[in-house]
Design a protein around this ligand. Sequence first.
Ligand SMILES: Cc1ncc(COP(=O)(O)O)c(C=O)c1O
Length: 383
Amino acid sequence: MTDKPDIAFNVASVEGAELDHIRASLESGHTSSGGPFTARVSELLRAETGAADALLTTSCTAALEMSAILLDLQPGDTVIVPSFTFVSSALAYVREGAKILFCDIEPETLGLDPRHLAELLDDSVRAVVVVHYGGIACDMDGIRQVLKDRPDVAIVEDNAHGLFGRWRGEPLGSLGRFASQSFHETKNFVCGEGGALLLNDPEDVARAWVIYDKGTDRKAFFQGYVDKYTWRDTGSSFGLSDTLAAYLLGQLEQREVIQGKRRGVFERYAAGLAPHAEELGLQLPVVPEHCDPAYHLFHVLMPDHETRTRVMKELREEGIATTFHYVPLHDSIGGQRFAARPTECPVTSDISRRLVRLPFHNNLTTADTDRVVDALVRSMTAH
Ligand SMILES: Cc1ncc(COP(=O)(O)O)c(C=O)c1O
């Protein structure tokens, strides 16, 4: 078996002026949060998504935690979260005392299933978290229809995968009251560890800044609205270092180049596998007509769990790294502990056993994607 794959699953790359910006940040002396690079990234995110404000955080998890604080959750409150997501989408609300109702996904976009959402919705629900899996929007029409008589229920987009994707022409991240972004090294745009909270309701902006700044009105002080800053509310130290914002700005300035490269990888996989899909029983990503993907990843659904295990092993032996997603939350130890009540998520349970993510990064060459397609098809036809 090859120890180190020669086609790695993910490689974070320098794409533009990252190193120059980092140097400028270090030389400026302002390396803590709230500096000039933070301001530039925040402005770029606001312009691209239309958000009322964009606060750079240390991670997507931290941004979700801010949304949980802003929701003012009370004992007995619940939050609906897909079982098919990363832990943070649920954990952030658990930390604020809410219980979770785990919702299933629908089998094409792998986004929240509006029919199950309708079954789960009750008076205890304060928020619904939606994840645009891989950067392909979930069924927002269906979800909004279910919530149409519940203006008290906030939609939170965990948009870790979706920056610069669109749904019916609208930016992902602009479709709920809050959206969280991730700039972790595994995402499309990286700064090591980082995130952002997009605020789409202007009413949340003033309190969000207090929560962000350790519960103080420091922002209002620097804007000249108060003559000293003091403790006002709960909060924490959520701000991203300006040096990491400098790194991130270098990445985001190259957004068209990066998204173009990732789109190329996605399309080469799709074109290479499509002719074999039916015969091999492979399900490829489904992109609904009204969705522009953010090209975060490329997944395939294998016919069964045993085939997935075997194919991943055989690809690994050929030096090709693949991985899977997600270990369902509803039957995890934490999920059971923090659920409001047990719920059934059969689609999640099935898909999480069959899904394989192929190597995906900005600089994967055509030779690489051809090799992956060839190895996958060979592995599946040999048996
Ligand atoms: C859907 C989703 N939400 C949140 C996160 C957590 O992001 P971060 O590491 O920036 O906290 C991830 C990480 O992979 C994710 O996939």
